[in-house]
Design a binder for this molecule. Structure first.
Ligand code: ADP
Length: 274
């Protein structure tokens, strides 16, 4: 579990997040959503220890994060970020680095490490890329290589910052299913996403951020019943049944003046309620 207690945090001496109190649990898929610049990525970085609190505390399983040695942190939390370095390594070797903190020095990988890396490559759907160089990959393939590295790291808490960037539609669906099954297996899964439809379909719990603060925390049903979609996204959400499962049509709320940084609904046409 990762807990934030009245945290203010930002860059240099400029706060971006203000008085954040929240908890992220194992076995739960939390989606963080909000307008551009509202602090979603900074919140993920703060939870990971990549941004230090100016005030307040970040606790991992009850321990003050600042007191946990960096080497130990990889067991508890990992991040699939939006930007990836491009090392001159094969994809398999990159994925094996996911267990870096668990392989004793000098780092010689045992057969078991290779089996685990192959399992992660399989799960990320890129076994065919195992022997390619990371430098040769497309943006989407690189995203999947780093996903496989995170799967191989296998931390208790997994953060995904806009993970669908670069991915085609089938790969996005595959990733969503992977995140859901990781939560079912007991991982805490926290995803920053930019469209409401995905948030509503994917999440056990949704946090809505605005201007560096958490404006809402609750289930998709509670979000649908609240005024938040209208107030923050200028949107009206219409649940529809499509082939036996619920989809959400995100419509511009009538009379809304518009929010220039509003997240995209992901839909250009909005059919009538079915
Ligand atoms: P979001 O993920 O919701 O789009 P971010 O957390 O990326 O928002 O950014 C929140 C605010 O922090 C923005 O005003 C942004 O300009 C600022 N910010 C983000 N990263 C940095 C950084 N590395 N240095 C300085 N300011 C940053």
């Amino acid at each position: 579990m990762i807990e934030l207690h009245h945290v203010t945090a930002g860059y240099s001496d400029k706060p971006v997040l203000h008085d954040i109190t929240a908890a992220f649990q194992s076995g739960e898929l939390t989606v963080i959503i909000g307008p551009n610049g509202s602090g979603k990525s900074t919140l993920a970085a703060l939870c990971m220890g990549l941004v230090r609190p100016m005030e307040g505390k970040v606790r991992w399983n009850g321990r003050d994060l600042q007191s946990i040695p960096v080497k130990e942190r990889a067991v508890t939390a990992g991040l699939l970020s939006q930007e990836h370095p491009v090392p001159s390594l094969s994809v398999r070797r990159l994925v094996m680095h996911g267990r870096f903190s668990q392989v004793p020095w000098p780092r010689t990988y045992a057969d078991d490490d290779k089996v685990l890396a192959d399992r992660a490559l399989e799960r990320a759907g890129i076994m065919d890329l195992a022997d390619c160089s990371v430098a040769e990959l497309s943006g989407g393939q690189r995203q999947k290589a780093y996903l496989a590295m995170l799967l191989n790291q296998d931390p208790e808490m997994m953060f995904f910052d806009e993970p669908a960037t670069f991915l085609d539609l089938p790969s996005q669906k595959h990733l969503e299913m992977t995140m859901r099954s990781l939560a079912r297996e007991g991982h805490g899964v926290i995803a920053v996403v930019h469209d409401l439809n995905t948030a509503l379909k994917l999440a056990d719990r949704i946090l809505v951020m605005e201007k560096g603060q958490i404006r809402f925390g609750g289930t998709p049903e509670q979000l649908l019943a609240s005024a938040i979609p209208q107030e923050i996204f200028g949107a009206r959400i219409v649940p529809v049944m499509v082939e036996g499962s619920t989809e959400y049509i995100v419509k511009e709320a009538s009379g809304h003046s518009g929010h220039s940084d509003r997240p995209q609904s992901g839909l250009s046409e909005t059919p009538d309620v079915l």
